[in-house]
Design a protein around this ligand. Sequence first.
Ligand SMILES: [Zn+2]
Ligand SMILES: [Zn+2]
Length: 284
Amino acid sequence: MSKSAKNAAHILRFWGVRGSIPTADPEQSLIGGNTSCVELTTADGSHIIFDGGTGLRGLGNHIGRQHSKPYEVHLFLSHTHWDHIMGIPFFAPMHQAFAKINIYGPERSDEPLRQAVLGLFRAPYFPLHFSELKAHLNFIEISVGETSFGNGFKIKYAPHPHPNGAISYRLEVDGRVITYITDIEHTKDRLVKSVIELSREADVLIHDSQFHADDLPAHRSWGHSSWEECTAVAQKADVKELFLYHFDPNYSDYDVLDMERRAQVVFPHTTAARQGMTFEIPTK
Ligand SMILES: [Zn+2]
Ligand SMILES: [Zn+2]
């Protein structure tokens, strides 16, 4: 889309909603088996992506087909666990010389972001070496703060509790707010304060909902949340729409739909994100 052809809405699309590992079981096909990847195409055509799980492959094919001239993509990684970066080697724009891909992720002392991502292309795990990639890659390490972009959007970020660390994002575009928080473990009976702040009055909150609360005690220190915590954050931060996200790979469609039904009783504007689902956020 050309920058001059402004749409009336920002389009959010879920390309992967599964946590931990991709699944292909028939009883999970309604919710979908690709791992974390959410795209926001803003009304002016900017491509903003949260996480590069296996959903990134389909998204890359979709974006790659739209462009034959120089363009830019912003990929915000919550962290570099496998399920959030596995799609990167299969992201079609990586192989387009006219694509500029900005990859943002947590600053780490032990493993620079560039090394963590490009390590995916290391022999004997992958047939291509990263030097064969054609796109212009730009790595930006972040921890806490905000970045403004020329084309009307701003992103705020802060670290949150997860093994090896992870980052929460609040995207502000033309007065609309989308908050993306996954792979987070709240303290028992206490929600993480920065998560509430970044979610404050968001139009859309996408939040880790790996477990039912009953399953959480057996998975303490795994770094995840329950749907009960999602609805608590949504209520406390006064968000408009809540999307449950990053479902346990062992949960069937029935399990996730049960989660959605229970969550809607507490917070009616709740949806369990499904692979392929789109949601329009009208421009102000
Ligand atoms: Zn994950
Ligand atoms: Zn993780």
